[in-house]
Design a protein around this ligand. Structure first.
Ligand code: ADP
Ligand code: ADP
Length: 218
C-alpha cells in the first residue's frame, strides 16, 4: 500500500505536484494516468525517497520509503529505462544492484528469465533497444521480490508481444497481493492493464476511481 497525503513538489515557483492525496491499494493494478508534464515521474520519485517533497508525506506500507531499511526488497521500480548505464552487461548490472541490496546472486538469473532477457544476459546494455532496456528495468524492479512495484511508462519502446507480456506480468504481480502502480500518458495503454486509475493533470488529482467508471465519464 502506498499513501500520499497532501503531497506537493515545487520547482522554483512552479508546482509539479500539487496537494495530492491518494491511497494505492495492493492486489490490483492501479494506473497512473496523465499527460506529459503532469507530475507522474516526480510523484514516483518521491514515493521512492529519491526526491524530497516540498510539503506532505508519502508512506510505503506505513513507512516513509526514504528511511526504509529494506531498499529494493521493499519497493522496486522501473524509472527512466533509457538512462541505464551502458558499459555493463545486463547480468553485471543486475549483480551490482543485487549486491548493494543484499539480494542473493541466484535471484539475478531468475529475474533475467522472468523478464524474457535470459538469452541477452551477457550482452552490453549499450547495444540494447529501448524495449530491451524496459525489460532490464523490469527485471531490476523484480530483483528484491518486493511487495510494492512502480513502473514509469513501461510500455515505451516495447513491441506488441512485449506489451501483451508486460500486461500479464502486472496482473500476476497484483494477483499475488502486491501493490502495482503503472504510469502512462495514454488511456489506450491503461485499457486491458489497470483495474483502477489515478488520473492527474498539472500536478493535481483529477480522478481516483475504477477504469470502468472513468471510461464511462465520456
Ligand atoms: P510526467 O512524469 O507526468 O511527464 P514530471 O513529473 O516529469 O511529469 O514533470 C512535472 C513537471 O515538473 C513538469 O513541468 C516538469 O518540467 C517539471 N520538472 C520535473 N523535474 C524537474 C526538475 N528536476 N527541475 C525543474 N522542473 C522539473
Ligand atoms: P545510493 O547512492 O545510496 O544508492 P540512491 O539515490 O541510488 O542512493 O537510492 C536511494 C534509495 O532509493 C536506496 O534505498 C535505493 O535502494 C532506492 N532506490 C534507488 N533506485 C531505486 C529504484 N529504481 N527502485 C527502487 N528503489 C530505488
Amino acid at each position: 500500500m502506498i499513501e500520499l497525503t497532501n503531497l506537493t513538489k515545487a520547482y522554483g515557483g512552479k508546482l509539479a505536484v500539487d496537494d495530492l492525496s491518494v491511497t494505492v491499494r495492493p492486489g490490483r493494478v492501479t494506473g497512473f494516468l496523465g499527460p506529459n508534464g503532469a507530475g507522474k515521474s516526480t510523484t514516483l520519485r518521491m514515493i521512492l525517497g529519491l526526491n524530497a517533497p516540498s510539503a506532505g508525506t508519502v508512506t510505503v506500507d506505513g513507512v516513509p520509503f526514504a528511511t526504509h531499511p529494506r531498499g529494493l526488497r521493499h519497493a522496486g521500480a522501473l524509472l527512466d529505462a533509457g538512462d541505464v548505464q551502458g558499459g555493463r552487461t545486463a547480468r553485471g548490472h543486475l549483480r551490482v544492484l543485487a549486491a548493494s541490496n543484499r539480494i542473493p546472486r541466484d535471484r539475478v538469473e531468475e529475474v533475467l528469465d522472468l523478464a524474457g532477457i535470459g538469452a541477452a544476459a551477457g550482452r552490453r546494455i549499450s547495444g540494447f533497444s529501448l524495449g530491451m532496456r524496459q525489460r532490464l528495468g523490469i527485471a531490476a524492479a523484480l530483483l528484491g521480490d518486493p511487495p510494492v512495484l512502480l513502473f514509469d511508462e513501461p510500455f515505451n519502446g516495447l513491441d506488441p508481444e512485449g506489451v501483451l507480456w508486460v500486461r500479464e506480468l502486472f496482473k500476476s504481480l497484483a494477483a499475488e497481493g502486491r501493490t502495482v502502480f503503472v504510469s502512462s500518458h495514454l488511456m489506450s495503454e491503461m485499457e486491458n492493464t489497470a483495474e483502477h486509475l489515478v488520473v492527474i493533470g498539472r500536478g493535481r488529482l483529477i480522478a481516483d476511481e475504477s477504469l470502468a467508471a472513468f471510461a464511462g465519464r465520456g
